[in-house]
Design a binder for this molecule. Structure first.
Ligand SMILES: [Fe+2]
Length: 301
């Protein structure tokens, strides 16, 4: 039937969607159509503005390469990634979830590393840190034998995959939790870092008067058959960008404090005048263990 005016367009599209065989697809697309049409009505989008929107969406795709995903960056910068994470990981017993964003730099097959070892694999100046991370289940009981991937940026704010000066897999390691559900490792304190602003996301941030920094953090990926695989990030409590993370990743549950030590000897490894200790805890829930598709496969040459 021909459409007689703007008031009939939404219904016409929704009627056509009823042909879709997959009920979940129908549900998602119907909601998308209703909300997109409502958005156009509320914003009273002009034709020129609509063309601009189409150009931005196209530019997001054009700026995406095998080693960079501008679409994911845009979703993070609008809080959508964080919203999806928090809707799908509710946490336990009134405590917020310890799940967080996977981020763009997880690599498959990071080196198996013994507990109480270092993940500094090439000279990386910075404050030594000693991290203790505990994995528990939804009853607070320790989970032994879980694989825990760890990765983070250097004290200069660069991941090894972005920095030819760092050894392959520097500041990355795969640990296994002991009987107490614990892993322990040594590294150097990471710095916060900027997200790239040479594409459409940069224009979006500039238009809003926002900076492009992520606060310093450590990444974790926890894998054990029988449990939902958890991605997490632990944020440094002393970072100046904690309240304005450009990716809206910081949750209260995941802010941790580095305890500075000066007098005592380091817990293990090479001696150092000063060092910091950090403790964190992750609660995982029963579910399907599934590794994500690695967002990147190698490092810069
Ligand atoms: Fe990161």
């Amino acid at each position: 039937m021909a459409i007689r005016g703007e008031h009939e367009v939404t219904e016409a599209v929704l009627r056509e969607l009823e042909r879709a065989a997959d009920p979940r697809f129908r549900e998602i697309m119907s909601a998308a159509v209703r909300h997109l049409h409502a958005f156009v009505r509320e914003a009273k989008l002009t034709e020129a503005e609509f063309q601009q929107v189409c150009a931005i969406v196209a530019a997001l795709g054009q700026a995406t390469t095998p080693s960079h995903n501008e679409v994911v960056l845009a979703a993070g910068s609008l809080g959508i990634s964080s919203l999806v994470c928090l809707l799908n990981n509710r946490g336990f017993e009134g405590q917020g979830t310890t799940a967080n964003l996977l981020g763009p730099f997880w690599r498959m097959n990071s080196p198996r590393t013994e507990n109480r070892s270092s993940i500094v694999r090439s000279p990386t100046p910075g404050e030594p840190i000693f991290v203790t991370a505990r994995v528990v289940d939804d009853h607070g009981e320790p989970v032994a034998g879980a694989e825990v991937d760890v990765w983070h940026a250097s004290p200069a704010g660069l991941y090894e995959n972005q920095d030819a000066a760092q050894a392959d897999m520097n500041l990355r390691g795969k640990f296994v939790t002991d009987e107490e559900g614990t892993i322990r490792f040594r590294s150097v304190k990471p710095a916060g870092y900027p997200i790239p602003v040479d594409g459409p996301v940069g224009a979006l941030l500039r238009a809003q008067g926002r900076h492009n920094m992520r606060p310093a953090h450590l990444h974790f990926l926890i894998f054990k058959p029988g449990y939902k695989t958890q991605f997490s990030q632990v944020y440094s409590s002393d970072d100046p960008h904690l309240d304005t993370d450009v990716q809206f990743g910081v949750t209260e549950t995941l802010i941790a404090r580095y305890e500075r030590h000066g007098e005592e000897p380091v817990p293990y490894g090479e001696p150092s005048d000063t060092w910091s200790a950090l403790e964190c805890r992750f609660a995982i829930e029963p579910g399907v263990a599934k590794l994500p598709r690695p967002p990147i496969t190698g490092k810069v040459r």
